[in-house]
Unconditional design. Structure first.
Length: 194
């Protein structure tokens, strides 16, 4: 989870430090338990879940865009769907890798558990996050920054991506809230707040 907060700082900035201070540090939960508050508050659960999905999406965006740029796929040549497919698939793959590394044991069933957890718990939030990112990037490419074309070798491209990731974070919040109201468990069972 510490990597999640570092990635969140990349696109949200100092606000992510505040979120980490309130909801991400294990010390915050041990203090809450000592004060007689045994469970993690709803806001804390939502912040950590959306931050986790945001980290997958941010890393997916960075890795996919750099990889596509290296293999000479030019987003300015009407191939935005290739970028979006690469971003989405990379984000889901990173989500599975995070769950795989964080799970106990070493076996083929560990891969299956990681994949099924991502599908049950994170896929909807990742999808909404990515859709908001893609809507913003399409607007950035066609309306906000049409000339010169946005490319990964430009600071403007990464600034537009950062704004898209913030839009994704905000868009994913209601989805995560809806999932939590439905009784979906976002986090592993062994947390300091349980």
């Amino acid at each position: 989870m510490e990597l999640v907060w570092l990635v969140t700082v990349l696109y949200i900035g100092p606000a992510a430090v505040r979120l980490y201070w309130n909801w991400g540090r294990p010390e915050a939960f041990s203090r809450r338990r000592q004060e007689g508050q045994p469970r993690r508050p709803r806001r804390g659960i939502l912040v950590t879940h959306v931050s986790r999905c945001g980290a997958h999406c941010a890393l997916g965006f960075i890795v996919a865009e750099v990889a596509l740029y290296v293999v000479q796929v030019d987003p300015a040549q009407e191939t935005l769907w290739v970028d979006y497919a690469g971003d989405y698939l990379t984000a889901v793959t990173i989500a599975v890798l995070f769950r795989y590394v964080g799970a106990p044991g070493r076996s083929v069933t560990k891969v299956w558990r990681a994949l099924s957890t991502v599908v049950k718990v994170e896929l909807l939030t990742i999808t909404v996050f990515e859709l908001a990112l893609f809507v913003w990037l399409t607007l950035a490419h066609r309306v906000v920054f049409p000339e010169p074309p946005l490319r990964p070798d430009s600071p403007t491209f990464w600034f537009a991506g950062q704004l898209g990731l913030i839009a994704g974070f905000l868009a994913a919040w209601p989805t995560a809230s809806w999932q939590l109201r439905r009784g979906q468990r976002f986090e592993p069972h062994r947390l300091p707040s349980d």
